[in-house]
Ligand binder design. Sequence first.
Ligand code: NDP
Ligand code: MG
Length: 387
Amino acid sequence: MKQRLALLGSTGSIGRQTLDIVRRRPEEFEITTLTAGNQWEELARQALEFHPDSVVIANKQHYAPLCEALAKEPIKVYAGSEALEQVVGGGEVDTVVNALVGYAGMLPSLAAVKASKRLALANKESLVVAGEHIIREAAAHNVPILPIDSEHSAIFQCLAGESSAPRRVIITASGGPFLRTPAEELERVSVAQALAHPNWSMGAKITIDSSTLVNKGFEVIEARWLFGLRPEQIDVLVHPQSIVHSMVEFDDGAIKAQLGTPDMHLPIQYALRFPERGELGEERLDFAKCATLTFEKPDTERFPLLNTAYECLRRGGNSCCVMNGSNEVAVAAFLAGEIKYTDIARVIIGTLERAQFVAAPTIEEYAASNQESRAISSEIASRLRLK
Ligand code: NDP
Ligand code: MG
């Protein structure tokens, strides 16, 4: 029987690469749902190619033209973010691939595991915001969460077949476009410079997050929940070549690593076909061509937000949710040309100082905390804009 996929965020970077995998393996996969935020024309094109049962456009403004584009097809068309939570629970879905970006992915992840669906997870923000709830529900419903994020896929691959718990994991970071940029120049970097990631081609938000090391901080939080680790068991090393995707150390001192070219098709396919691997016609790693693999400690003076993520993780409660909401506002303001690159850290650190701490938040309290942190961050960003 084919594996039936609900693909959330099908018009994005991970979403399109997931469709590449489905396109190559029509005998294995079937698309039951596709969803987009704003790109309704691309969503309609995808629907005509993959014949899902339903599509969702999150921005309701695009509902009418999308309906018109699909009028001749037997495809149900829904609009609004609430519809995302409903489609993931449908009886005809085996696996939910969550390739949404940001806080918007959290409730659909939770709805997926509550409906006992396998969750192939790219949306790390789900676990940053509400990791404890999502992991608990996945365990209660006995469903796996299969990581798509390349570092977590690497760790997952290193743990396959091991019955011993890891002593430590080492998450690698490319260091982003500003790895060697002097601190005084960071103040003036442009949006285009920040979007020019040296190794990976990704959506705009994660590309900025990679350059500030917020992405790496979020990956530390993601690893904490996915693999049940304490913060001190998770290290980060800068590895500019992005060949070693991450490593796991065991009690006897053995270290396992997963290596490969920087290409998300591999972790996506691994998540979808786990525990099987399969042919993937992508470029192969040639050791003779990458003779030098280097590792160094991250510079937390120039990139303080990695430590901020560790602090939020240690503080617990809603702290990571606050950091996430604040980061979304700060990154959007930077991308819109409203604040400077280094203001991203100012917005986040300022918001964490002011947001209300909630020790054991419910899902409703996470929503309120997300709203509060966004409001505080917008206010800080608009004051910085005036300077
Ligand atoms: P993109 O920005 O390329 O795509 C995001 C997708 O989500 C699009 O389909 C977009 O729709 C949709 N979307 C955005 N906002 C909303 C919303 N509010 N409600 C509903 N749908 C929405 O992101 P990426 O593919 O780069 O990243 C997706 C996730 O995967 C992120 O969490 C990221 O951190 C993670 N990830 C990405 C990697 C990569 O290589 N890209 C690597 C590892 C992790 P539309 O475009 O139609 O508006
Ligand atoms: Mg990653």
